[in-house]
Design a protein around this ligand. Structure first.
Ligand code: PBG
Length: 324
């Protein structure tokens, strides 16, 4: 039996595709650093810059014109601490963008302490720095969520991986009248080598003696079942969107979660995955647009309807000009 009839022309290929990418599903990450006086390029991330409170307005204006209207914000505060955190910079970014762009943008904010802590871990550590304390961390994260909601954020995206934070954030938001603010949980977030360029951009690499890496709170790549169960747990705690991260190496996890629920799944093609692909392009060994589109197609085919990519701002042009 011939299979090649499906491949004969762009009409047949287009007509019979079971994946159709659409700009609606894309989210652009944005870095905003309080200690910068002017924007600087993010090391390893082609075409991505780290903005100031002022320059991010320019970035978003250009992105809107290019066709992306949903953003995931990473505030990088200039001051770090071990237990006394100032969330006002994150709040200023959100309120600044909201007053400049109103409802034309959808703003999600990453919710984590790794850019705020001196040791770079995603929460508060015990006295000798050997353990990340769950309850204390969750309490502070709920405070942070409340500050961001007050500033006008549309979505809170907790990326710390402590237990119970989704329920606790949901409760806090609802109690304060922010029941319209959604939660996109970094549910299946693995302890990965592919966050390197991000940690450089956000000054969030774990440093110093004590706990070391993030393996006591992020999921082991050897334990796929933990990722699926954690995602379903977060869903039951009130998460509206479940995220899988990294994405391209974990399409089996996306598919496994999809088999369990119809809830929206976001796949985060993370900084190291992006940088690896861009390296191939720089060597002249792949076409940039086609390579990103192929990754995004794989993510959607696996079951993710939402794609977070550092190249989201190109999605519209690439999708329109790409011949399937
Ligand atoms: C913060 C956070 C990280 C990323 C998103 N939120 C880094 C980490 O967990 O170490 C990674 C994103 C990327 O690599 O693009 N906890």
């Amino acid at each position: 039996m011939t299979r090649r009839r499906y491949r004969t022309s762009r009409h047949m290929r287009g007509l019979c595709s079971d994946v159709r990418l659409h700009t609606q599903g894309f989210i652009q990450p944005l870095f905003v650093d309080q200690s910068l006086t002017s924007p600087r390029p993010a090391a390893g991330l082609t075409g991505v810059r780290i903005d100031t409170l002022e320059s991010v307005l320019e970035t978003v204006a250009l992105d809107l014109a290019a066709g992306v209207e949903k953003f995931l914000i990473f505030p990088v505060p200039s001051k770090s601490s071990s237990d006394d955190f100032d969330f006002s910079f994150g709040s200023s970014i959100i309120s600044g963008l909201r007053s400049a762009f109103g409802e034309s943008v959808w703003l999600a904010a990453d919710l984590c302490l790794c850019s705020y802590t001196l040791h770079g871990h995603c929460g508060i550590l015990n006295e000798d720095g050997s353990r990340l304390m769950n309850a204390e961390t969750v309490r502070v994260l709920a405070d942070y969520a409340s500050v961001l909601a007050h500033a006008g954020v549309d979505c809170i995206a907790p990326s710390d991986m402590t237990d119970g934070r989704v329920a606790s954030i949901r409760r806090r938001l609802d109690a304060e009248g922010y029941d319209h603010v959604s939660i996109m949980s970094y549910a299946a977030k693995f302890a990965s080598q592919f966050y390197g360029p991000f940690r450089d951009a956000c000054h969030s690499a774990p440093a110093g003696a004590g706990l070391g890496d993030r393996r006591t709170y992020q999921i082991s790549p050897l334990h796929g079942g933990d990722a699926v169960a954690t995602a379903l747990r977060d869903l039951s705690e009130g998460a509206d969107i479940l995220m899988v991260k990294p994405a391209a190496l974990y399409t089996d996890i996306i598919a496994a979660i999809r088999r369990e629920t119809r809830a929206p799944i976001a796949a985060y093609h993370v900084s190291g995955e992006y940088a690896a692909l861009e390296g191939l392009v720089r060597e002249g060994l792949a076409d940039r647009a086609a390579a990103h589109l192929e990754v995004w197609t794989a993510l959607q085919r696996s079951g993710a309807g939402i794609i977070i990519s550092y190249a989201a701002r190109h999605a519209k042009a690439w999708i329109e000009n790409h011949i399937p």
